[in-house]
Design a protein around this ligand. Structure first.
Ligand SMILES: Cc1ncc(COP(=O)(O)O)c(C=O)c1O
Length: 406
């Protein structure tokens, strides 16, 4: 993105994530300390205050646009119990859950049943039984089958329907020309409403989630998507809530920009305020992604066939974003001598490779790094969402620690 290694170090730094005295600090804590403690296994480090701060920004924009909002943290993005306990205890947000297991876990972390919103996929009878035991939890039904079976189990329950407006936003779309597995499409929507009626459910909410990583570089895209969504809204009387999912992105490279939250909220207000429903938001990425880093130890730094590789003690199984979605995250040294930080001449481009025996296990292809030594620490930034929560034990390399800075 930039051919200047020093510039590459600048764009992501802010008050709570910055170099001080040659060490990377997150939320005022020196990551060198964690790197020393954690040389044996990688460590995710989360800054809880940053997550709370990140929630404050969309909330302010939504309030200023005259919308009554409700907020649910998408716990699939990060389910560290200290973090969730903090969000619940401070009433920062409720919990957006996508499985009965997540629902029960959210309760264990301190969320009230009424502050949980459940939007599942491939819902089985066993899943529905848990739903039935939680009558105050909000449920968005994602299929005709779920509506029919939930109606039989919980007649009279108020529910939402997850819809798919056949359009998406951002870099990963949940709707488009090809049908996806999510939500109920226009073609089945009237049947869904009729089925809900005959099954004894009251449809009092709608839900949609359009994609991942949108930033409003194309402002008309949200406008167009919400126009499609309103078709569904117009079919239902007396909606208590309209849940517009998550999907807002954060800049992950120097040439990306943060979403204009004021413009975003105004567009939502223009389309949805008039219906008198509460507007619900369930962000993950926007609030959590820049609140965490993954600290890893350098195994060695070596040139292979003319190409520099920095090998680290973690792999794509700990943060699948680069390998699965080609979402390339910045990787920086944890300790950085100020003389090296200002001497572009000693930095060269490297591929950063993990410790999994798979060709896709390369975190970065051409990141600028100073010379690194065996045992040095590097931090992969923007690992506060969809890192630890998606980790696997591939090659039995699944061990990691998590530190929550409160
Ligand atoms: C239904 C639903 N809501 C919310 C989210 C959170 O999305 P994001 O992390 O893009 O904000 C997701 C992510 O997959 C989702 O599927």
């Amino acid at each position: 993105v930039t051919s200047n290694p020093i510039e590459q170090l600048e764009w992501w730094q802010h008050d709570r994530l910055t170099y001080r005295g040659g060490s990377l600090h997150l939320g005022n804590r020196d990551l060198t300390w964690i790197a020393r403690l954690q040389r044996h296994v990688p460590a995710f480090v989360y800054d809880i205050q940053q997550i709370s701060n990140n929630f404050a920004r969309p909330k302010a924009a939504v309030r200023a646009a005259g919308i009554e909002g409700r907020y649910y943290f998408a716990i699939k993005s990060n389910r560290h119990p200290v973090l969730l306990g903090h969000l619940a205890a401070q009433s920062v947000a409720g919990a957006d859950v996508c499985s009965p297991q997540e629902a029960l876990y959210a309760l264990q972390c301190g969320f009230r049943e009424a502050d949980i919103s459940y939007t599942g996929t491939a819902v089985t009878d066993a899943d529905l039984e848990v739903t039935a035991r939680l009558p105050d939890m909000w449920v968005n039904c994602d299929s005709l089958s779920q509506i029919r079976r939930l109606g039989a189990l919980c007649p009279g329950r108020e529910v939402g329907i997850r819809v798919n407006p056949s359009t998406g936003l951002g870099t990963i779309h949940y709707g488009g020309e090809k049908s996806t597995k999510f939500g109920i499409y226009r073609s089945e929507f009237r049947a869904a409403l009729e089925l809900a009626r005959t099954s004894g459910l009251k449809v009092a909410g709608l839900h949609w989630h359009l994609g991942w990583g949108f930033d409003f570089s194309d402002a008309s895209a949200l406008d167009k998507a919400l126009t499609e969504c309103r078709w569904f809204v117009d079919q239902v009387q007396d909606l208590a809530r309209i849940n517009i999912g998550g999907g807002l992105g954060v800049p992950l490279r120097s040439d990306e920009r943060a979403p204009d939250l004021e413009a975003w909220a105004k567009t939502i207000a223009r389309h949805l305020r008039g219906y008198g429903a509460k507007i619900c938001f369930e962000p993950g990425t926007l609030v959590a992604m820049d609140s965490g880093v993954l600290v890893m130890t350098v195994a060695f730094d070596e040139v292979k066939n003319g190409r520099r590789f920095v090998y680290v003690n973690g792999g794509f199984n700990l943060n699948p974003c680069p390998a699965f979605y080609d979402i390339r995250l910045p990787i920086v040294p944890v300790t950085l001598d100020p003389a090296i930080a200002s001497d572009a001449g000693v930095w060269t481009q490297a591929a950063v490779a993990g410790n999994i025996n798979e060709a896709i296990d390369v975190f970065a292809e051409d990141v600028w790094l100073p010379p690194l030594h065996e045992g040095d620490a590097v931090a992969m930034l923007f690992c506060g969402a969809y890192g630890a929560s998606m980790a696997s034990n591939h090659c039995m390399r699944g061990q990691f620690s998590e530190y929550c800075l409160v």
